[in-house]
Design a protein around this ligand. Structure first.
Ligand SMILES: [Cu+2]
Length: 67
């Protein structure tokens, strides 16, 4: 299991955090997601077949590119 915390500058409200959590949880291999509005940060825990490249690509596609 790999865990990473990163900043997403485009998080601006609770809907953003909900969208990020929902979309990432749909990615096979993602085990835990926590998006935090105050710090505009996201913590993700995953294992294969998920990868940081896939997580980054998905977030970028939906408008929440990691900083
Ligand atoms: Cu929002």
């Amino acid at each position: 299991m790999t865990t990473k915390t990163f900043t997403v500058p485009t998080i601006h409200c609770g809907h953003c955090t909900m969208t990020i959590e929902r979309e990432l949880k749909d990615l096979p291999g993602v085990r835990e997601v926590k998006a935090t509005l105050d710090s505009r940060s996201v913590t993700v825990a995953w294992e294969p077949p998920a990868s940081w490249e896939k997580i980054e690509a998905l977030l970028t596609e939906i408008g929440y590119a990691p900083a």
